[in-house]
Design a protein around this ligand. Structure first.
Ligand SMILES: Nc1ncnc2c1ncn2[C@@H]1O[C@H](COP(=O)(O)OP(=O)(O)O)[C@@H](O)[C@H]1O
Ligand SMILES: [Mg+2]
Ligand SMILES: [Zn+2]
Length: 323
């Protein structure tokens, strides 16, 4: 599979080829219209060689010869610019117009990625993640802890707010140590408690750091992999296995078939074997999880994921009531 980076670099290369071809065509056209400009360009390249030879023969005159050289080249360039300007051509019409002057559209400056390339990679990662617009609103900056109550909740030892503060800190630790976090994350609890929100926060943070993140709900994941099995969409399937973080949301909302169970096992198992991180969320409680999925799936989750219980009042309802 082509990584987003190699695809983008290919686009950079295509752009440079296109620019080079356009420049040659433009130059030919100008030469045809103004034969004097062809002569000037010829003179600019030959005068340099001539003067260098001269300086080599007469090293004692070197400074003077080089002064003459630059004066000659300046005057040739001036003449060329005058011809172009008097016919309405812009001064840079015989140069490549770079989209990014810093890297001259190569994507690298001194061996390091240019800001334009980094930005393009991040945009591609957003496109791939299926999260493009939502991450503007759901991220660590917009995380609102005041939505969680600090009153005791049922027989839970901690209030929903205390519980959430702890989960939040663990998620921050997860992104800061990514990809070396020791465990994947498993969020469970009723709907409307911020499981999806928090996985979006993590997605945005990691995408902005240049990691590949894919978000899929369980039904969509199964759909994509079914299509792949039928010979479509292979790129997406490869990404599901290879991305740095896979977020598998709403586990348990897929229609339960032997096929869907196999797909879920395969993906969890493949990623665990490859040492790749996941976040899985479900509205099931742990008992429902164990009643729904076979031991080989549950044991992988319990053995390799840090499990977080979400509880409290439905934030969606709270938000509606606040309107
Ligand atoms: N910490 C939070 N700060 C702000 N809004 C939140 C937070 N957690 C959840 N929400 C909002 O509450 C609603 C329900 O959250 P969601 O993540 O979809 O819950 P779940 O995935 O647990 O069902 C969404 O509209 C979401 O934007
Ligand atoms: Mg959700
Ligand atoms: Zn650049």
């Amino acid at each position: 599979m082509n990584s987003p980076l190699s695809k983008i670099l290919m686009q950079y290369e295509k752009k440079r080829d296109r620019d080079r071809r356009d420049l040659l065509a433009r130059r030919e056209e100008i030469y045809k219209r103004f034969p004097r400009i062809r002569e000037i360009d010829g003179e600019i390249s030959s005068v340099g060689l001539e003067k260098i030879n001269e300086a080599y023969r007469l090293p004692e005159n070197c400074g003077h010869i080089l002064d003459e050289l630059s004066a000659k080249i300046d005057s040739l360039k001036r003449e060329k610019q005058e011809i172009l300007a008097s016919h309405g051509y812009s001064p840079d019409c015989m140069q490549i117009k770079y989209e990014c002057a810093d890297c001259k559209d190569t994507g690298y400056v001194g061996g390091a990625m240019c800001h334009c390339l980094k930005q393009n990679v991040i945009s591609a990662l957003y496109d791939l993640s299926h999260l493009k617009s939502v991450l503007k609103y759901e991220n660590f900056e917009s995380f609102d802890i005041s939505l969680y109550s600090d009153q005791p909740f049922g027989d839970s030892a901690k209030s929903p707010k205390k519980n959430m503060e702890n989960i939040y800190l663990e998620c921050i630790k997860f992104v800061n140590s990514f990809p070396d976090a020791d465990c994947s994350l498993f969020f469970y609890g009723n709907s409307g408690l911020g499981k999806t929100f928090l996985s979006h926060c993590i997605a945005k943070d990691l995408i902005d750091k240049g990691y590949t993140v894919i978000y899929q709900t369980a039904p969509d994941l199964i759909d994509v992999l079914r299509k792949t099995a039928l010979g479509e969409d292979t790129e997406e399937a490869a990404l599901i296995e290879e991305c740095d973080l896979l977020i598998l949301d709403d586990l348990g909302t897929e229609s339960a078939t032997a096929y869907s169970e196999q797909v879920i096992f395969n993906i969890i198992n493949a990623r665990l074997l490859a040492g790749k991180k996941m976040i899985i969320s479900t509205n099931f409680n742990l008992e429902e999880l164990m009643n729904t999925y076979p031991e080989r799936i549950c044991s992988r989750i319990f053995g390799n994921f840090r499990i977080y219980a979400f509880y409290g009042d439905d934030i969606r309802l709270k938000k509606i009531q606040a309107i």
